[in-house]
Design a protein around this ligand. Sequence first.
Ligand code: PHE
Length: 514
Amino acid sequence: MKDKEIQNMLESLTGPEIAVLLAMKSKSDFLDIVNSANLEEIKVMRALQWLSNKGLVVLKEDLSEVIELDINGKKYLKDGLPEKRFLAAIANMELSMADIAGKLGFDSNEVNICIGTLKKKAAIDIRKENGLIFSITEPGKKYLAKESLEEKFLKKDFPVALKSLTDEERFAFNELVRRKEIIRKNLLKHKSAELTMQGKKIADMDLKAKKVIDRLTPEDIHSGAWKNKSFRRFDVTAKVPKIYGGRRHFTRQAVEYIKKIWLELGFTEMSGTIVQSSFWDLDALFVPQDHPAREMQDTFYLKDPAKGKLTDKELVKRVKATHENGWTTGSMGWQTKWSEEKAKENLLRTHTTVLSAQTISKLKKEDLPAKFFSVNKNFRNESLDWKHLFEFYQVEGIVVDPDVNLCHHIGYLKDFFRKMGFPDARVKPSHFPYTEPSAEVSVFHPVRKEWVELGGSGVFRPEVVKPILGFECPVLAWGLGLDRQIMEYWGLSDIRDLYRNDLKQIKDLKLWMR
Ligand code: PHE
């Protein structure tokens, strides 16, 4: 470390850090440091952590096995080991099993253990005579007189580290640990810390003399006293725990932002249900009943209730006529039979254009011109992979206005996408059953420097507008993909990440800001 760095380091030390550094000149055990620094454990722990971040100390933690007395161990320490008490009871007279048990208050289990232990040591003789009669032997007398290794062991100053046992103690330990609740083994964490080279250098400097302060007070500012004080240097690069405030899910942030764009452009939000009839999702939009998009492979149909009601008989009649022969729209229609039963089939909406159809059907002449939008989820029967999901967002919009044309259409799209961060948007001829002309929408990607296709649009056909609105009127319409824009913004490569609800991801992703 250079002098300047040492100086900075010195100026950055807090009171507890200084106390700990000084304590560590002679101590390395955590509890010793605590005692010597004369601080709370938690403060010492924190100071050690900081010092370790600064490279002044290394923290160590070892696990060791320690032995402690269990319930019976404590009892035997006080009363003596049962086998010794057994022997003492028969030291001067023969006794029966029942006598011994009664005299010593042993249960049969304890008696049996005593007999086993004592027989192994040849300390007792057993005679049969209306039951068992016990007497002490010569080796038994010697055994009784001498303190056994086990007895000695019980008197140790517990807790004791397993590693520290002598051979004799280890023998006693092995005997006792097999018996019931005499001793128990615990794992003990042992914390310690050592000064690094740099830590030693700093600790050897004149630490106590440095009087630094942590806080600038209003009084010091008023009086000007701050000019003669030295302040602690704060490390603004230090890692601190993250604080997570409450926030919306990142897809919701984007959705809210987009809603605001449309509201500011004077659009009104449309709402509607996710479950819809085929009538509104498809037939009202002049999608022929044999269109491939209506197949089960593409659309989720409901099992229960499989069909809904079509209440507006007049409207159904008009849509039927439009499909079959063009009704009064000037078109020939699809020239095939239209089935009301098929139109009743319930499905999960496949596009938010369904909301546009329903919204238009509620408009009267006096309501025009009118503009609506929706930012909502739709469902299609896609097989799941990193690029495809069965649910996705669409940004939908309509402008119902006798005086608009394709120029306004392109203008709205350009406006919207500029606010989404794309410098330019353009349209290309395309096809949808419900629009004429139909226009595929692309935006210019400012980073990738290429055009990216983001959805469909067009002017609704008279076959759509006249049956549901009652009269002809230009309707500009679009349905734009949102999921790809969201993924792009947050650098996600798998579309499934949008809906995984992984808390860490939700917390860590940056906020939506355009
Ligand atoms: N509904 C079309 C889709 O889901 C998009 C669209 C909306 C096209 C409105 C034209 C007009 O892809």
